[in-house]
Structure formats: C-alpha cells, structure tokens
Design a protein around this ligand. Structure first.
Ligand SMILES: C[S@@+](CC[C@H](N)C(=O)[O-])C[C@H]1O[C@@H](n2cnc3c(N)ncnc32)[C@H](O)[C@@H]1O
Length: 256
C-alpha cells in the first residue's frame, strides 16, 4: 500500500513541477495521458470563461470530469476537495460558496500544494485553504463539511474504503458527496493491474461500477447514483493495446 502511495506521490510531484514550468501536464502519465480523446479527460466539462476568470487555464486540471458542476454549491457552504492537485476545483468552489463559505483542498504532494497556492494567489481567492495530508486520514474534524468533492483521485488510493469512510466522517448530516473518477468497465489484464505506472496513470486502481457503489454504501452513504460518462478502450486514456476498458464516471451520494 505504501509502495503504491509513494509511486503516486512521485508521479504527481513530477507532474506539478512540469505544470509550474510549462502550464501543461501531460505525456502519457497523468489521468488520461496524452492519448486521451481530447487532451486530459474532462477538460470539456469546464466553462473556459469561469476558468479564465480565475486567471488560470485548463492545463491546471488533471481530472476526469468536473465535480463542482455536480455538487450544486451554495453561498455559505464548506467544501472539501480530496486530492486537490493544482487547485482548480477548490478555487472554482471557493467562488461559488462565497460569501460566507470556504473551500479546502487536501493533497499529499508538496509540489502540488505549492502549485495550488501559487494558483490561489494568481486567482486572488481568499476563502480557500490547501491542507497537506492523505485522503485516507483527512486533517479536518468530524461533521465539519457540507460537500466533499473529488476529481480523478479515489481510484489512485489502494484503500478506497478508508477514503470513503473519511469522507463520511467529515461530512455533516445531510452533506453531499460529488465525485468524478475512473472506473473499470471490462477487466484489465494482470500485468496492467500490477504495474505501478498504470496505477499512477488512473488505470490500474480502477474498480468496477458495482464495487464502487458497494463501497460508497458500505461507508454509510445513501441516495447513491453512478453515471458512466465516457468509455475508453485499448490505446486510449493510457490503456495499452490488448487490455480491457475503463470509463470516466460521476458518483453522487448523501450522508443521511
Ligand atoms: C490525477 S491528480 C488530480 C488532481 C485534481 N483533483 C484535478 O482534478 O486536477 C491526483 C492528485 O491526487 C493526489 N493524491 C493521490 N493520492 C492521494 C492520497 N492518498 N492522499 C492525498 N492526495 C493524493 C496527488 O498528489 C495529485 O495531486
């Protein structure tokens, strides 16, 4: 488990350094990689105007959808983004919960946290905070958050049940979970499932839709909805030739 986490951390440290130097991430090493259908998966889910208003570009997204769209954020709410990367979803959320609300991002990679803080300064957003920590042990108190979002990160965790339990713990009763993630659609071969590179590229750590739904339910959530948005086959989204299929998906749920 520690080997997986360390390899994910090293990959995203390198990606953050590349992003801060050139403004773009990707060879075949981010979620989606260079051979995804339209650049990094999910760019099309964002409003270019909203991103440009923050003084940022879509290069700041390493996600596979836009969870801020799913979540219906309201002024005054507290939002937490699991695995906040360069900070785009946190900064967009901070704008939406203003006035009175706050957006937190948690990430384990120092280089990503530094980049997120640079982006926060560029966007001149005051109500956002980036915390160092793991999503398996979130550094926030119980029942302190209205909405947990996450974009293409939970698949990277070896212990997905621990992540979902933590999301449940920090949410207030009635709080919402809005996740964009990669899921497995057709089984991937063993050599792909066991490759650390494929894990860090959001391929090997994917689990089937029904297993995802069961893990969310097991953590205590209700009203679970899973919507598969785009399926990728061999040769796409970092999948080697001759492998199975993965997909981007939206997962919504609520804490009773
Ligand atoms: C694919 S990027 C997605 C970043 C961001 N959510 C986005 O959409 O642009 C994955 C991010 O999650 C972070 N991450 C991965 N596993 C993590 C874990 N177990 N705990 C904390 N952060 C993690 C990485 O450091 C990286 O910044």
């Amino acid at each position: 488990m520690d080997t997986i986490r360390e390899s994910v951390r090293a990959r995203y440290a390198e990606t953050a350094t590349r992003l801060s130097q050139s403004g773009r991430c990707c060879d075949a090493d981010c979620c989606g990689g260079s051979d995804a259908v339209s650049g990094p998966i999910g760019e099309e889910a964002y409003s270019q105007t909203e991103v440009a208003d923050l003084g940022l570009s879509l290069g700041a997204s390493l996600g596979c959808g836009n969870p801020t769209m799913l979540a219906q954020l309201h002024p005054g709410e507290v939002v937490l983004d699991l695995g906040s990367g360069a900070g785009l979803d946190v900064l967009l959320s901070a704008r939406r919960v203003s006035p009175g609300g706050h957006a937190y991002g948690v990430d384990m990679t120092d280089e990503m946290l530094a980049l997120a803080n640079e982006n926060k300064a560029r966007a001149a957003v005051a109500n956002a905070t980036f915390l160092k920590g793991t999503i398996e042990a979130i550094p926030l108190p119980p029942a302190s958050v209205d909405v947990v979002i996450s974009n293409c990160v939970i698949n990277l965790a070896a212990d997905k049940a621990a992540v979902l339990r933590e999301a449940f713990r920090v949410l207030k009763p009635g709080g919402r979970l809005a996740v964009s993630d990669m899921v497995e659609i057709e089984p991937l071969p063993m050599e792909v499932k066991s490759a650390l590179d494929a894990w860090a590229g959001c391929v090997a750590g994917t689990i089937p839709v029904e297993a995802y739904r069961a893990a969310v339910l097991e953590a205590g959530f209700a009203d679970i909805e899973v919507e598969v948005t785009h399926t990728f086959g061999p040769g796409e989204a970092g999948l080697p030739a001759g492998s199975g299929k993965i997909a981007s998906a939206y997962i919504r749920a609520a804490k009773p």
